[in-house]
Design a protein around this ligand. Structure first.
Ligand SMILES: C[S@@+](CC[C@H](N)C(=O)[O-])C[C@H]1O[C@@H](n2cnc3c(N)ncnc32)[C@H](O)[C@@H]1O
Length: 294
């Protein structure tokens, strides 16, 4: 995909299709999010005059040199990636979030967080794991380095905040468009000067090579879903050096008391992050959570 790679210049130009005249307020609200969070994105809004069939979406994606965004009739913002629309779709996680607990969610078993925990999800992506973490009542700082992903997250948070049964959970999420390493550095400088470490858990789910989701010999493991396929166009897996920096940086920000830890998500058969052995691991047939205790 060439058009996404060009986005490494200072600003990312995005075409935003919206479905009806009535959505002007929503387009303005999106622009306000971009301004407020200083996202390096330039929106180019365009009212849709035709029905976006699958064929037309694919054509548009092939022709456009800008990422394409779509604001649908429900005001959900999605990214048209290769003709497929991908969006956080947090409402689809409602059942999981409502019933999330250490029995049903391996992530919560590994992370051992309580409602008082301070948690950083350093690789937020579509925010699905953040929602599971936030279901415990904990405050979650969500870091996302890609401005386009950060915008999708912020727009989803804004939309879901209007739904009564999601409002509380939405207030626990703080989305920041930043690289995790610089954020860790900032937190460390602060905690050194104030001499206290307040982060309990750092969660890392960095990208992994597209061929590492399944075991090469047996073919067992997870299939790559459309969300991950889309992400692979935007973000690349870290090098071993970058993995090392990420893990060291995360370990440096968590404090030393109690069950403070760094949790790393991997496909079940993927190699260890930065080749570092974890203190403990949890896995099912698709994923593995490696826990590094401080
Ligand atoms: C595999 S996805 C995470 C999926 C996420 N756990 C979820 O539930 O949707 C990885 C995400 O982390 C982001 N990312 C990778 N390295 C990062 C870094 N150093 N700082 C911030 N975000 C990063 C990527 O842009 C991508 O969106």
């Amino acid at each position: 995909m060439t058009h996404i790679q060009q986005a490494s210049s200072l600003f990312m130009y995005c075409q935003l299709f919206y479905a009806s005249e009535l959505q002007h307020a929503q387009v303005t609200a999106l622009q306000a999010l971009i301004d407020q969070h200083q996202l390096p994105i330039v929106l180019n809004p365009e009212l849709l005059t035709e029905k976006l069939t699958q064929k037309r979406r694919q054509q548009l994606c092939q022709l456009s040199i800008q990422p394409l965004l779509l604001l649908d009739n429900n005001n959900a913002l999605s990214w048209l990636s290769d003709g497929l629309s991908v969006a956080p779709e947090w409402d689809k996680l409602q059942r999981r979030v409502v019933s999330a607990g250490r029995k049903s969610e391996l992530l919560l078993q590994a992370a051992k967080i309580t409602s008082d925990s301070a948690v950083i999800d350093a690789t937020a992506g579509f925010g699905h794991d953040s929602l599971i973490l936030a279901s415990t009542g904990a405050q979650i700082i969500m870091l996302e380095q890609q401005p386009l992903m950060a915008l999708l997250l912020l727009a989803e948070q804004q939309r879901m905040s209007q739904l009564a049964n999601w409002q509380k959970l939405m207030t626990r999420l703080q989305i920041i468009n930043t690289d995790a390493l610089s954020y860790f550095e900032m937190v460390n400088n602060q905690s050194v000067s104030e001499n206290n470490k307040t982060v309990d858990v750092v969660y890392l789910d960095p990208m992994f090579p597209e061929d590492s989701y399944q075991d090469r010999k047996t073919g067992k493991g997870a299939k790559v879903g459309k969300h991950m396929q889309a992400l692979h166009q935007l973000a690349r897996p870290p090098t071993v050096d970058e993995e090392q920096q990420l893990l060291q940086g995360a370990l440096a920000v968590v404090g030393h008391n109690g069950s403070r830890r760094v949790i790393v998500k991997r496909p079940q058969f993927a190699p260890l992050l930065a080749n570092q052995s974890p203190s403990e691991s949890w896995h099912n047939e698709a994923v593995r959570f490696d826990g590094y205790f401080v």
